[in-house]
Design a protein around this ligand. Structure first.
Ligand code: B1M
Length: 209
């Protein structure tokens, strides 16, 4: 399987071909992580660039997102060895006003693969829903994702609401516009550049490093 073909099918938003090539890659012994790092994540970057250049519009973004999900469904069981020892409980979601959920989904998959019990609230999640979900699940950790510069303020509001209701809960944040400096400025307990970094951080914060 040619890794560039996989990337190209994702860019074209061809979910069937993307899934078939990802499966072929796995069958041929390529690692799920390399399919993700060398084809799928860079492919979404190309899609974003085409959008910025005015060649793609929202419908094309949606098709590529669907193709990404088709591949993620296949990669999911391979992405991290299931850890039988429970590592902790976490609540994850994309903040209010933001519909981007692929990066957050990747963090969920990696956390679950590393023994976390995760409540995935999806995208466009209001602060109160995070607060409730922490109480309902007894989670020690919350992960917030945001992909838009315009939804960064929602991240800060959400963090405040969680800390006010549950002061002992750790909150980590991530997403394309998020930086360590931003995390420090709003008082987050950590910033994960990617899904693997989020897992290390989560394990460190819940004392299971
Ligand atoms: Co939109 N979008 N989008 N989009 N979209 C971006 C983000 C954009 C950069 C595209 C561009 O202009 N180049 C741009 C944002 C510009 C900005 O704010 N600076 C943009 C825009 C403008 C918009 C709309 C406003 C477009 C419009 O309507 N005119 C609109 C907004 C809708 C809304 O949210 N209210 C919009 C809509 C959409 C779709 C819904 C069509 C679709 C999302 C579908 C879905 O997610 N189900 C979509 C898509 C697909 C994208 C791009 C092309 C791809 C995003 C993606 O999935 N990346 C994106 C361009 C880009 O990112 N280059 C773009 C792959 C994913 C694996 O990466 O999410 O970054 P990412 O996650 C990474 C890390 O960031 C990190 O880990 C992951 C990797 O391991 N991470 C975390 C993420 N969350 C984390 C949490 C953590 C730790 C790490 O801890 C808790």
């Amino acid at each position: 399987m040619d890794i560039d073909d996989l990337k190209q099918r994702l860019v074209e938003g061809d979910a069937k071909a993307t899934a078939a090539l990802a499966q072929q890659g796995l069958d041929e012994g390529q690692s799920a992580q390399s399919l993700l790092d060398d084809a799928l994540i860079p492919g979404m970057g190309v899609v974003g660039q085409l959008f910025e250049d005015g060649e793609y519009f929202v419908p094309e973004l949606l098709l590529s997102a669907r193709a990404m999900y088709a591949a993620l469904d296949l990669l999911r069981p391979h992405l991290a060895a299931a850890n039988s020892k429970p590592a902790g409980k976490a609540v994850l979601g994309t903040v209010q006003g933001d519909l981007h959920d692929i990066g957050k989904k990747l963090v969920v998959i990696m956390l679950e693969g590393n023994g976390f019990q995760v409540t995935d609230l999806g995208a466009d999640v209001p602060p109160d829903r995070f607060v409730e979900a922490v109480a309902e699940s007894g989670s020690q950790l919350v992960g917030l994702s945001a992909l838009l510069t315009t939804t960064l303020p929602a991240m800060e509001n959400t963090l405040r609401a969680i800390k006010e209701a549950h002061p002992s809960v750790s909150v980590i944040i991530g997403g394309a516009p998020v930086t360590q400096a931003y995390a420090d400025s709003i008082g987050a307990d950590g910033f994960g550049r990617d899904a693997n970094a989020a897992v290390s951080l989560a394990r460190h914060l819940v004392g299971d490093a």
